[in-house]
Design a protein around this ligand. Structure first.
Ligand code: ATP
Length: 223
């Protein structure tokens, strides 16, 4: 997946100011955004998803312009066909696993019914090994199951890219290694481009692909 991005974005909170000034091109189906806490990693990922709007610049993904201040283009998040998996997974607590995954298929904000039948839900439950917990609620799941539910929900929307904000941060060391391997296998199997945030160089090394290093809102390197 080709990504061409050059953006500026300033955030202000009282007297504090944070300036993200990022420009890079990448072509891998696996891009890791690496950097210390506060480097601007989430902000960068959110601008790609359309959850934050840059002040200036452009973002092009696989040949499609998602944002271009000069051309006054800013595609709405729901039309970008990118799925964003939040650090805390942001599952709906009042929906069971099946309904959470079904939410990825629905347009608009209506909750899927509890017994909703859609073979695509079954497909994603099976693909992520969630069939046996399909009727459990998020608080009844392990960390790994929660993450798989979030991934299934994201993938059900058939995005052209999956954006993952610190997918391993909530997991303990053992599970972290398992989930790295699972994500690796999932990417290979589905060939879905992934952009993944981490502050752990080990994640970047093991996940492979290109690595973009951010520091203080600036691109330090891309390899
Ligand atoms: N709404 C906001 N207003 C002002 N500053 C903000 C706002 N949101 C984030 N920031 C600041 O922007 C900077 C970048 O935040 P961001 O969440 O992108 O960092 P990060 O690299 O993802 O960090 P972490 O690894 O800790 O999640 C931080 O210094 C943060 O304090």
């Amino acid at each position: 997946m080709h990504i061409d991005l050059a953006i500026d974005k300033t955030l202000r909170a009282g007297p504090r100011r944070f300036h993200l000034q990022a420009a890079f091109t990448a072509h891998s189906d696996r891009l890791v955004i690496l950097g210390p806490s506060g480097a601007g990693k989430s902000l960068l990922l959110k601008t790609i998803a359309g959850l934050e709007r840059p002040d200036h610049g452009h973002i092009r993904l696989a040949g499609t312009t998602l944002f271009d201040s000069a051309q006054r283009i800013c595609v709405q998040p729901q039309l970008r066909q990118v799925a964003y998996v939040f650090q805390d997974y942001a599952l709906f607590p009042h929906l069971d696993v099946r309904q959470n995954v079904g939410f990825g298929l629905t347009r608009g904000w209506r909750n899927p019914r509890r017994g909703v039948r859609d073979e695509r839900i079954g497909y994603w439950l099976q693909a992520l090994g969630l069939e046996h917990v399909a009727h459990q609620y998020p608080h009844e799941l392990s960390g790994g199951q929660r993450q798989r539910t979030a991934l299934a929900r994201a993938l059900a929307s058939e995005p052209r890219a999956l954006l993952l904000d610190e997918p391993f941060s909530a997991l303990d060391a053992g599970l972290r290694a398992d989930m790295r391997a699972e994500l690796d296998a999932l990417q290979r199997r589905l060939q879905v481009p992934m952009i993944l945030i981490t502050h752990d160089p080990e994640d970047a090394r093991l996940f492979g692909g290109q690595v973009l290093t951010l520091r203080d809102g600036l691109v330090e390197s891309i390899t």
